[in-house]
Design a binder for this molecule. Structure first.
Ligand SMILES: Cc1cc2nc3c(=O)[nH]c(=O)nc-3n(C[C@H](O)[C@H](O)[C@H](O)COP(=O)(O)OP(=O)(O)OC[C@H]3O[C@@H](n4cnc5c(N)ncnc54)[C@H](O)[C@@H]3O)c2cc1C
Length: 364
């Protein structure tokens, strides 16, 4: 049986980023059930960075991640991961309220018509958030895995945790096929499967609920769309952003409860997305170029969960990243790593209170 200091279950952005923070200091193994890391939520995101997204506490993680994403250390990547496009939070009545400290300015109807030619009259105003950017998700995820391996970490794909038990201060993890590995610390970074993995380890689930979200790449009868800002309804019924010269990425902002699975888009959700889009602009819809769906997984209070389980020692939760798991990954990984290593946190996350994200908040 192979021995490690830390075993991370899940090779998405959560497992990869945390692994990269740990690998130089602890012998770390990432177990990934699929044949490639990033196959589930990480590979299906809308790929944007939006500081205001997720509420005040998540915004702190977003903010603390921005510098790393915009100017990564040279030995991590020689390319930045952000490309700024801005976000228009549209409204038919009052402007939305953003978390404290987020840079924004109101945009009135005249300017809105210039920014989005063809916008329908009902949309009277918007709040513009200039810092919104695209994230190179594949590049970021690959850079984390590259760093993890360079520091001695081992990634094992096609390796699904079947069960785990703790005896004598160590977790013994059994994999499909009978192989076993052991470590004193087991990290649950299994995304939509976080509760299922906990149950297989004899740990009480926290109520991490996967919710399906649909994305549509739509061809429209307009050109010059590539640099279009992200456009969202401040009441949360759609968002879209420019993709190609005549195509957009569009979501109906759906959030459909589902079991953990290989999510696929439903026709009704694609149709809803298009119907809502047609209520925003008068652009002719030409065709659906592709559509996909992924799972966003939330704890009951919609905050992520980073920390050791309240009851079972050595079981660390890194779950519930909802719709912000990519953009928060630098700060989240540093915060979680400090807890696992019992070290002072990196200065970039010194202002983040890890107690806010602790699983102990659910302990009765
Ligand atoms: C449509 C959509 C749009 C989104 N847009 C954005 C966005 O614009 N910006 C943003 O920041 N975030 C966005 N998100 C959210 C983001 O994608 C997620 O928060 C993030 O990818 C979660 O990462 P993860 O590593 O926790 O999960 P995953 O990427 O799902 O990784 C978990 C991994 O665990 C593995 N696993 C599960 N069970 C086991 C087991 N028993 N043994 C071994 N491995 C196991 C799975 O195979 C999987 O690969 C979006 C999500 C969706 C679906």
């Amino acid at each position: 049986m192979s021995d490690f200091d830390v075993i991370i279950v899940g090779g998405g952005i959560a497992g990869a980023s945390l692994g990269a923070e740990l690998a130089g200091k602890r012998r770390t193994l990432i177990l990934e059930a699929e044949s490639q890391c990033g196959y589930h939520s990480t590979g299906r995101s809308a790929a944007f960075y939006l500081e205001s997204y997720g509420g005040a506490e998540v915004a702190k993680l977003n903010r603390a991640s921005r510098e790393f994403l915009a100017n990564p250390p040279q030995d991590f990547s020689d390319r930045c991961f952000l490309r700024t496009r801005g976000d228009l939070h549209l409204t038919q009545d009052e402007l939305p309220e953003l978390p404290p400290g987020v840079d924004s300015r109101p945009v009135e109807r005249d300017e809105l018509e210039k920014l989005i030619p063809g916008i329908r009259p009902a949309w009277r105003r918007a709040l513009f958030e200039p810092g919104c950017a695209d994230i190179d998700v594949a590049g970021l995820h690959a850079a984390y895995l590259r760093r993890f391996r360079k520091l001695g970490g081992i990634v094992q794909v096609d390796s699904r945790l079947e069960s785990a038990a703790r005896t004598g201060g160590r977790w013994t993890v059994r994999l499909e096929g009978g192989w076993a590995v052991a470590a004193p610390i087991l990290v649950n970074a299994a995304g939509a499967w976080a509760d299922a993995v906990a149950a297989r380890c004899g740990v009480a689930p926290l109520g991490i609920a996967p919710k399906r979200r649909t994305m549509v790449q739509l061809r429209v009868g307009r050109t010059g769309l590539k640099g279009l800002p992200l456009v969202d309804d401040s009441k949360g019924t759609f968002y879209f952003k420019g993709e190609g010269d005549s195509s957009i990425w569009l979501s109906p902002h759906d959030e459909i409860d589902t079991d953990p699975c290989d999510a696929a888009p439903e026709e009704i959700d694609v149709a809803t997305a298009i119907e809502r889009f047609q209520g925003v602009v008068d652009w002719p819809v030409e065709r659906v170029e592709r559509s996909w769906a992924g799972l966003r997984s939330f704890a009951p209070d919609r905050l992520p969960v980073y920390g050791f389980d309240a009851d079972l020692p050595g079981f660390f939760w890194c779950a519930g990243q909802g719709g912000f798991g990519i953009q928060t990954s630098p700060a989240a990984a540093k915060t979680a790593a400090a807890l696992i290593l019992s070290e002072l946190p990196d200065p970039t996350v010194a202002g983040i209170d890890p107690a806010v994200f602790s699983p102990r908040r659910f302990a009765s």
